[in-house]
Design a protein around this ligand. Sequence first.
Ligand code: SF4
Ligand code: SF4
Length: 484
Amino acid sequence: MAKGSSKRGGARADRPRLLVASDDGRVFEHDTLELALDTGLDVVRAAHKDVIPIPKDWALMAMPGTRPVGYDPTTGRFETVTSFVDDDGVPFAPWAVAVHPPPGYVRAFHPAAEYQDTTHPDVKLRRLAEEEAQRKKGTLAILDGGDEAARPGLPLWAYTAAGMTSKGPVAGLFLADEVSRWEPRLFYRADLDEKIAARLADDPDNRVLAQLARCGKDYLCCCAQNIFYERWEGALPIAPACTAACLGCLSKEPAWETPVPQKRLGFQPTVEEIARVIVHHLERAPEPMISFGQGCEGEPTMNGPVIVEAIARARAQTKRGVINLNTNGSRPETIRACARAGCGALRVSINTFDRELWAAYYRPSDFTFDDVIRSLYVGRDEGMHLSINLLLWPGWTDRMAEIDAISKLVDDGALQMIQLRNLCVDPGHFRTMLPPRERRGIVLGVKGFVAELRRRHPALRFGTFNPRLAADWYREVPAFAGRL
Ligand code: SF4
Ligand code: SF4
């Protein structure tokens, strides 16, 4: 059994070391194993170029239902750690350790781990439903298989490899945007409650504002707080339902009970409620932008007449600022109507340009992959600024086939920016859905993926946030403001 230790010396201290976690949240450096990285295809020994130092106050996460994998430099082999001894000599079965990239950062490597539960969510859902029915009938006292079988799935984070060097923690990620508008010191300030109370008193019957107050305070949503700070990009949630049922949906608690961080709003706002929030924000904020579908509501184009009329009503009162529509691309004709009503920017979410995997992840109700692509061409024809929210999965999105599909959009004038986002799913579930290595073609690694797209399309913009389109100087900023 390996023993935990926090003191290291000699040449090996330069190599990132493996971290393991106990089920009570303690994290230990492994005595002999180095950090290993999962590219999504292979497990590799971590080199310094693969990781960057991260601040000590970034939270490390344990991954229940996994066993960490490290690299043994004395044998040249990768090893799964099944047992570990803490500093008091108490043995335990360790879990892998990960970090979730904060805003602006993109995951390049998964944690190297063995997943003990790779059950597909639908299978798990059926099993849980059957067990629930049996429990109701009194024929099942406990879940068959004990706690491990009842594991509801890992929470929806972008689990990223993290290790330790003599200088501090490191992680397999990179910065992909400038973050000056998103620093924590700009949010959660002492005057937030006061500003929320004043704004609610101003428009007391507006249920959207009440939802935004919850989003800003309870869910710590920066774009919701911007509504009350009256600045920059403000979120505007309007959709209680969606046209898809994504495996990694952040707002809809799936029936198999994977914990999700935010709850959707539970009502359909009126045109008037929505228009009042738009006008108030666009008229007052510096660099004003209002964004529908900002991440954890349903699909804002689902109720087309409401969003279109709200935009038109707002635009009748102000021409200032940018109205931005984040969408899954299910309703191209509603997008067209939004553009004609005064919406100037479109961001379409997509996890892959492979139809089969797209459908397996999005689980669309009444639309197809072709609708998603058509949405971008509709946006082009209507003169919108066009982004995709590319939900990255190392080992899949970084394939040459994805680059070729993106290149076609750029060449057709149907894409100006890629927002690099980390696909947040239970990795144990998602890995089972991916085609085998022989069907993936050339895989470049996430940094190689970005570098190749930049080589092909020097003007294509990259980032992780919606672009600051309302800033006078926006056109002059570099196409890539991160660090590869
Ligand atoms: S499209 Fe967005 S809101 Fe709809 S299910 Fe997927 S992640 Fe959730
Ligand atoms: S729905 Fe989500 S993104 Fe939108 S304001 Fe609320 S917390 Fe923010």
